[in-house]
Write a protein of this length. Structure first.
Length: 96
C-alpha cells in the first residue's frame, strides 16, 4: 500500500532503502506517486503539507514528531475549528 501512495522509492527519495533492498534482492512494486490532494480533495493545504512531510521514504528527511507539533496545520486548523464553534454558539443563541 505504501508504494501505491508514496510511489516506488528511488535513489532520489531513499538511497539507503534502495541499497538495502538491492542487497537483499527485494524488489519494490513499480508505482507512481499519487498526490495526497487526489486522495483527500477536501483536506486543507496545511494538512497535506504536514502529511507529505511525515510520509517521506527517507527517515533522515522525514518530519520529526516535535517539529510536527509546531507545524502551521495545528494552529490553522485549530483557528478554523474555533471560528466554527463560535458560529455554532451564535446560531444557538439566536434561536433561543
Amino acid at each position: 500500500k505504501l508504494c501505491q501512495v508514496l510511489g516506488t522509492p528511488s535513489k532520489d527519495t531513499w538511497v539507503d532503502g534502495v541499497r538495502l533492498a538491492n542487497s537483499r534482492k527485494v524488489k519494490f512494486p513499480e508505482c507512481p506517486k499519487i498526490p495526497l490532494t487526489k486522495l483527500m480533495p477536501f483536506a486543507s493545504p496545511e494538512s497535506i503539507e504536514l502529511m507529505d512531510a511525515l510520509m517521506l521514504w527517507d527517515p533522515a528527511k522525514r518530519e520529526t514528531a516535535p517539529a510536527s507539533l509546531i507545524h502551521p496545520y495545528f494552529t490553522t486548523e485549530r483557528s478554523k475549528a474555533e471560528v466554527k464553534e463560535k458560529e455554532k454558539e451564535r446560531e444557538r443563541a439566536e434561536r433561543h
